[in-house]
Ligand binder design. Structure first.
Ligand code: SF4
Length: 683
């Protein structure tokens, strides 16, 4: 007889800014359904459809990894046999120890990114373990988010930006390079409330995303040219006498150097470079100058090209030049993460790391794995919280790198993925619903805690327990590895920080969200309750460090040389079907992916709605199904990111078309959008 269904609280751990509180219906120890809950007042009962549609099957479906496994076939062929945990840990020990004995600790790499976002699952005992081994360190930001973070810090340092719900009282909201409806869902609800109060909405995005349908002004900008628009707008605002001189004198550092550069961008550039009509540019300037309270949400979309860092900095700088800070409803909606009193060094055990250990840019990993001239080669790695085949640029190079028989690979994930197939040993990880963890957010200011709602599935284990067992197998005796998950939670945040409102992190009640205000308990308002955390204590528009390191003291545009053989740019933002590559293995996702093509381009190449097309460049070829639409600009193609290899009969996804060697202007980020291709009807 079936037990009664029960509703239990949880928190969504996915790589999404919204970190929703969840209500999970459980029956017979299985998840029956997942809905939103009211525990988090910002996400307030609403969640995206992908979590509701796909998460139960992700936990209990055919692809779930339930037991440790050992590879018995060719790499990538998905041929494994079940083994015990003892055998699996022995194999990891032997593989890593062999590499360390021959080449030293730096020959090992923990190859992880942002799978789950719980503080413990994302980076706690795992980091301690690899630090203790003296393993090569990874700079993860360049894969995604690091350029935006670096751009933000250039202006504001480590001070938290504007909490999204404050935008409700803005009279102008600008959503720039942020597909809010699918990847920042609750912001679109804030926008709706603000619009009811008469707020104007401007959306700037290369694709006419859903939120653009309700904008007062939608600007379909050419990808990678945001810096031109923002700099030209700064110059236009100056020409029209719209600079807020009082604010600039008090709060802005480097405005003059910045304005000298912005004057190089003319109205002509708006049409010629950004592909935007001048009447839209004038309307944007009018909106900006008429508004009293402007809130800007600037997404990761801007960072994915050569001039990405400059585009982000220039878009944020408009707020400083017009004095849109110091008051509720005005500011840059970004980096609420700085509002949480995290103690990441303590949690990750950075003191365990030997001096002088090298750090690699995550985007370089496929190249470095194949580099025979490296003094210390990478000979053993553990892929966890990550699906590099699906998410890194230059997919074929990544496949080649992971196919080397001389490389020992441990895989650790919740489900079988394109990347797990390359592992020698697979360690099954518990899903978020089987563990306890604590959750900050990178899209709002609420801290939440959750406990397991179902028992561990099969022999899967929480990440923390996997690394506890690995530490024991490796003979690591540091007491830091003996801590319970609750003790680790308490190490994740500063002791007795007033922002925690008297709670120990591990004792935050379930089904509750704690608002991270300032330490004085006030709402976060830049230049009012929080100050720019820069050397001069002002918003920095000229950055000496970025000048010294990259030659970008102020933002500027770098045009990308066109390649006549490959006349189309292809961009790959988020979609309704996946959170990055998570859920890419669901039946709904494992279908030929859509590519959106402008009607003029479709006609030129003689393809029509529903046709299969081959899209290629010198790096790869991918097959898609055509959707003809003016949601994209002529010359620009769109396909959703995070697809898995089975979606294309070439076994390659859009990432196979992207170079892993081009870099953004600052922070050495990946240039996903600077991808040029040709297309034809498939044979
Ligand atoms: S993926 Fe984002 S919007 Fe969807 S449930 Fe998770 S946190 Fe919420």
């Amino acid at each position: 007889m079936s037990s009664v269904a029960e509703i239990r609280p949880a928190v969504c751990p996915l790589d999404c800014p919204d970190t929703c509180s969840l209500s999970v219906t459980v029956q017979d120890e299985k998840i029956i359904s997942i809905r939103g809950s009211k525990a988090n007042p910002y996400t307030d009962n609403a969640i995206c459809s992908k979590v509701a549609r796909f998460y139960p099957d992700f936990v209990h479906g055919k692809q779930r990894l339930k037991y440790p496994m050992q590879r018995v076939g060719k790499r990538g062929a998905d041929e494994f046999k079940r083994i015990s945990w003892v055998q699996a840990l022995d194999l990891v020990y032997e593989g890593f120890t062999d590499a360390i004995n021959r080449y030293g600790g730096e020959s090992v790499l923990g190859f992880n990114y942002a799978g789950p976002h719980g503080e413990l699952a994302a980076g706690s005992l795992d980091r301690r373990f690899f630090n203790k081994l003296g393993a090569t360190q990874l700079d993860r930001g360049p894969l995604c988010g690091g350029v935006r973070g670096g751009a933000y810090a250039s202006l504001f340092g480590n001070s938290p930006g504007m909490p999204p719900e404050q935008a409700e009282v803005a009279d102008l909201i600008v959503i720039w390079g942020n597909n809010a409806t699918v990847s920042n869902l609750h912001l679109s609800r804030v926008v709706s409330k603000a619009q009811k109060n008469g707020c104007k909405l401007v959306v700037i995005d290369p694709k006419r995303i859903r939120i653009a349908e309700r904008a007062d002004l939608y600007m379909q900008i050419k990808p990678g040219t945001d810096v031109v628009l923002a700099m030209a707008l700064a110059a236009e605002i100056e020409r029209r006498g719209g600079l807020n001189k009082g604010f600039i004198d008090q709060w802005v550092d480097g405005a003059e150097e910045y304005l000298v550069q912005s004057r190089n961008y003319s109205r002509d550039d708006i049409e010629a470079i950004c592909g935007l009509p001048l009447d839209q540019f004038d309307a944007l300037a009018d909106y900006y100058l008429k508004a009293q309270t402007v809130a800007v949400s600037i997404g990761n979309g801007i960072e994915r090209g050569k001039s990405g860092g400059s585009g982000l900095r220039a878009a944020m700088a408009l707020q400083a030049l017009t004095g849109n800070f110091c008051k509720l409803g005005a500011g840059v909606i970004a980096k609420p993460g700085f509002a949480f009193p995290r103690t990441s060094d303590r949690l990750e055990g950075t003191d365990l790391l030997p001096d002088g250990v090298r750090t690699f840019n995550i985007v370089d990993i496929s190249r470095l794995l194949l580099d025979e001239s490296l003094e210390i080669p990478i000979k053993a790695m553990m892929i966890y919280n990550h699906n590099p085949i699906a998410t890194h640029p230059d997919q074929q190079r990544m496949q080649k790198a992971l196919s080397q028989e001389s490389l020992f690979i441990v895989g650790c994930d919740v489900v079988m993925t394109d990347s797990m197939r390359y592992a020698d040993v697979i360690l099954p990880a518990a899903s978020v619903f089987e563990i306890e963890d604590i959750y900050g957010s990178y899209g709002h200011n609420y801290l939440q805690r959750a406990e397991s709602v179902i028992p561990l599935v099969g022999e899967a284990l929480p990440n923390t327990e996997i690394f506890r067992r690995l530490a024991t197998r490796f003979g690591i005796n540091d007491e830091g590895f003996e801590l319970t998950d609750k003790q680790l939670m308490d190490q994740a945040f500063a002791d007795n920080d007033p922002r925690l409102q008297g709670y120990k992190p591990s004792e935050i009640p379930l089904n509750t969200a704690i608002l991270m205000n300032t330490s004085g308990g006030e709402a976060t308002i830049m230049c009012d309750t929080v100050m720019p955390d820069t050397p001069a204590g002002k918003i920095r528009l000229f950055d000496q460090e970025l000048e010294a390191e990259y030659g970008y003291g102020v933002p500027r545009f770098e045009a990308i040389a066109p390649v006549s053989k490959f006349p189309y740019m292809i961009i790959s933002p988020s979609s309704d079907d996946r959170t990055n590559a998570t859920f890419g293995g669901s039946a709904e996702s494992l279908v030929t992916q859509i590519v959106e093509i402008h009607p003029d381009d479709a006609a030129k190449c003689n393809v029509k709605q529903g046709d299969e097309v081959r899209i290629w460049n010198e790096l790869g070829e991918v097959f898609f199904t055509v959707a003809v639409t003016d949601r994209v600009k002529a010359g620009v193609l769109y396909t959703p990111k995070g697809a898995w290899q089975a979606t294309s009969r070439s076994g390659q996804t859009v990432n196979a078309l992207m170079s892993a060697d081009s870099r953004t202007d600052i922070m050495q980020g990946a240039c996903y959008n600077d991808t040029f291709v040709a297309f034809e009807k498939a044979q």
